[in-house]
Design a protein around this ligand. Sequence first.
Ligand code: G1P
Length: 288
Amino acid sequence: MKIRKAVFPAAGLGTRFLPATKSMPKEMLTLVDKPLIQYGVEEAVASGIESILIVTGRDKASIENHFDISFELEQVLRERGKTKILEEVRALSEIAKISYTRQKQALGLGHAIYQAKEFVGDEPFAVMLPDDVMDAKTPALGQLIKIYEKYDAPVIATMQIAGEAISRFGVIDAEEVEPNVFKIRDVVEKPKFEDAPSDMAVIGRYIFTPEIFAALENTKPGAGGEIQVADAIRELLEKGRPFYAAKLDGVRHDAGDKLGFLIATVEFALQREDLGADFREYLKNLKL
Ligand code: G1P
């Protein structure tokens, strides 16, 4: 079945990016001139997604405004003859069918995904974490969808993480079934470095079937006292449901982290036709 729907959990408190995120959603942090969530939505659309649910929380109205029509702004741009940016702003409000639901309490990623149960209905769907910004020639989610279609089973994105940093991720134990595709045996959310089953981290792109919702209903709070989607995946694995993981082509930036955000900013700025050359010149002249 075609993957048409994507869910964006965007209700987190953004504690890793305070004070910027005290009154502003972390999903609206800007890489050059686009908020993180726009990169994700563009990736989804480029991967064939038609309908998006953004799971928001308190103080997230600016996300909705970003994808809505802004009459006043459009009027001013039109009057000033700023056609190019007007088109860009206009296109944003038509980019996809986007709906919103509120996660009333930040009880964890699994709980956020559960809020999408009605929206998803009876079809496979994607989950995209907006902090994980993917820089890839072929849209990262599209790559994952291909694997889903081939194996006809849920699949999650993975990458190798060296050293102790692995304990900040979900970590899989898996067997390679073809280059860069793995069948998952187990997954553990944020294990201690010594307990990690491998160096393969879960990154924020998933394809699930609606079975995940039944599993989430049984999921007790896990790592960090939160309802973790990794624990729901584990329950399905224990029941013998196949799950795959895929290493994707491209670079993942953790833009919800201050250093990751700075790196992503530099990389994206260097790629820009309008800014790249000048920015490169500036960086070259830095006496580091
Ligand atoms: C979430 C997931 C984790 C995954 C990570 C990827 O954790 O729970 O399994 O490895 O995203 O970014 P978070 O970063 O929200 O704590």
